[in-house]
Design a binder for this molecule. Structure first.
Ligand code: HXC
Length: 257
């Protein structure tokens, strides 16, 4: 596949998508967004890939949706093009996606990072929703995901008053999983992704689906979703192997079956 606005790379069992519009702070235009999801979906369907990373460059993960592309749009055009719906493709990805964020993660860039499963932030990462400064609000899930993750007060401040979070704050408030030095931040994210990619694939998939269920529903329904994912794992060879390996005091060898 030939891309114009992203680069892809495979390291071991980790698929990496690098946003590559540095001249525009990796702003998501239609082409970039399409290529990003095409690449993630290809990695998702590839049995040799166990986990994925989306990253930008040291200065910018992504500065949001492309303002120049949207500036003159009418509501009719925005709806017809499904501008917001395009971002929902992330929800169809079954494997774990880690956002490796350095520099700016603003607007849609912050929202995309929040849509990933986990975030590795470099010490220079800054998260924010500056849409209010250009007369709009977040449209790719920011109001909802930030409120669920950070609580009402801080989400309000970010969305209404353009409060940005430093990497240290993102870690403190549970938005980032870990903060690492800028130098080598991608390597740190890859090492993290490799740990996940080395685990039993179907169990990882069911675990992701189960945790995500917590954001969709009541505790009772969420517990049912967890059970629906828990029991079928006993039909996998990997469950038999995992428990046998524990009893035999050896490392499990996953087959992905
Ligand atoms: C289009 C953008 C852009 C964006 C930066 N650029 N962000 N172009 N859309 N979101 C372009 C600039 O116009 C400039 O192009 C070049 O990238 C470098 O940016 P500078 O502003 O000169 O860099 P700097 O001074 O270092 O400031 C970096 C920055 C700032 C703080 C990230 O660029 C910024 O505030 N960007 C906008 C952030 C934002 O408002 N995001 C929300 C977008 S709306 P030229 O050609 O002049 O060199 C959104 C809604 C999502 O995301 C809804 C989804 C449906």
């Amino acid at each position: 596949m030939t891309y114009t606005s992203i680069l892809t790379e495979v390291r071991g069992r980790v698929g990496i998508v690098k946003l590559n519009r540095p001249q525009a702070m990796n702003a998501f235009n239609t082409i970039l967004l399409g290529e990003l999801f095409d690449a993630l979906e290809i990695f998702d369907a590839d049995e040799n890939i166990g986990a994925m990373i989306v990253t930008g460059n040291e200065k910018a993960f992504a500065a949001g949706a492309d303002i120049k592309e949207m500036a003159d749009a009418t509501p009719f055009e925005m709806i017809k093009q499904g501008r917001v719906e395009k971002w929902d493709r992330i929800r169809g990805i079954k494997k774990v996606v880690i956002a490796a964020v350095s520099g700016w993660a603003l607007g849609g860039g912050c929202e995309f990072a929040l849509s990933c499963d986990m975030i590795v932030a470099s010490e220079s990462a800054k998260f924010g929703q500056p849409e209010i400064t250009i007369g709009i609000i977040p449209g790719a899930g920011g109001t909802q995901r930030l409120a669920r993750l950070l609580g009402k007060q801080l989400a309000m401040e970010m969305v209404i008053n353009n409060r940005t979070l430093t990497a240290a704050e993102a870690l403190q408030f549970g938005l980032a999983n870990r903060v690492v030095p800028v130098e080598g931040y991608l390597d740190a994210a890859v090492a993290f992704a490799e740990e996940i990619a080395a685990r039993a694939p179907m169990a990882v998939r069911m675990a992701k689906d189960s945790v995500n269920a917590a954001f969709e529903t009541t505790l009772t329904e969420g517990l049912k979703a967890e059970k629906r994912n828990f029991y079928p794992l006993f039909s996998t060879e990997d469950q038999k192997e995992g428990m046998k390996a524990f009893i035999e005091k050896r490392k499990a060898e996953w087959k992905g079956q």
